[in-house]
Ligand binder design. Structure first.
Ligand SMILES: [Zn+2]
Length: 255
């Protein structure tokens, strides 16, 4: 008799990659196959604006977000608000993001308060005084810390003032290096996972420099109040996609 476990292994190996999911190309010039939809709600999280149909991702990302929701709930935090992930086949959006193309990126809104408050993204920065405002507190800090502790995370983009606050609270925590200062992330943070090892066509981003990133580099961001380090005006992003993605996205309009 054939060992059923052995049969399962054989079947799994025979499945086309598409059935298992694959991130193809770069975070800002790619696509995805075999994406999963994140269920619209689950323990510790909710998807916001599901009508945009941007709640698709690689199975690794879906698992990461569900796991983070569970950890947030265990920590007593209010439900996490998951915003844009990727389109079902990935690829560029008509406007807004450059990345989020391979099913490995997700935006999580920083929310104002505990349950009962509306599901909205709230700016945590007083841009005139260039300080964090009263909305940024323990809940927000804890959620970002939980998000950054997962080894699957390549980097998390946060406003420079938020990175500074995290450095002050968490000192020399090894995961602080994954928090990358970037303007435009004062109402949400953006999680980017590593290419899963078996995704041969996924283009990894350069590893973040060792260390916490709380020193000189952060200081240059903090001092750049004019936003000179920030990217210029957002024109629609139309990158040259890998051939496999062009074929996959051929019949789709960017949305
Ligand atoms: Zn994002």
């Amino acid at each position: 008799m054939v060992n059923p476990v052995f049969m399962l292994v054989v079947l799994a190996a025979a499945l086309p990659l598409a059935a298992r999911g694959e991130a193809v190309g770069g975070y800002a010039a790619g696509c995805q196959t075999g994406a999963q939809a994140l269920p619209l709600s689950g323990p510790g999280y909710r998807v916001v604006r599901p009508e945009r149909r941007r709640h698709y991702g690689q199975p690794e990302l879906v698992d990461y977000l569900q796991h983070l929701g569970q950890r947030a709930r265990q920590a007593g935090l209010p439900p996490m608000l998951v915003a844009d992930m990727a389109r079902r086949h990935g690829g560029p959006f008509a406007h807004g993001h450059r990345s989020h193309q391979t099913g490995l990126d997700a935006d999580i809104w920083l929310r104002p308060g505990r349950d009962g408050t509306p599901d909205e993204e709230l700016d945590m920065v007083d841009h005139r005084l260039y300080i964090l405002n009263r909305h940024f507190g323990d809940d927000q800090r804890q959620l970002i810390a939980l998000a950054a502790q997962d080894e699957r995370v390549s980097r998390i983009f946060v406003h420079p003032l938020i990175k500074q606050a995290m450095c002050r609270t968490y000192g020399h925590a090894p995961w602080l290096g994954r928090l990358r200062p970037w303007f435009g992330h004062s109402g949400h943070f953006h999680v980017r996972l590593h290419c899963p090892p078996e995704h041969a066509r996924c283009e990894p981003q350069q590893a973040v420099a060792p260390g916490t990133g709380c020193g000189r580099e952060l200081a240059s961001w903090i001092n750049d109040k004019s936003g000179a380090l920030a990217p210029g005006p957002r024109t629609p992003w139309r990158p040259l996609l890998p051939a496999a993605c062009r074929a996959l996205l051929n019949h789709e309009e960017p949305d």
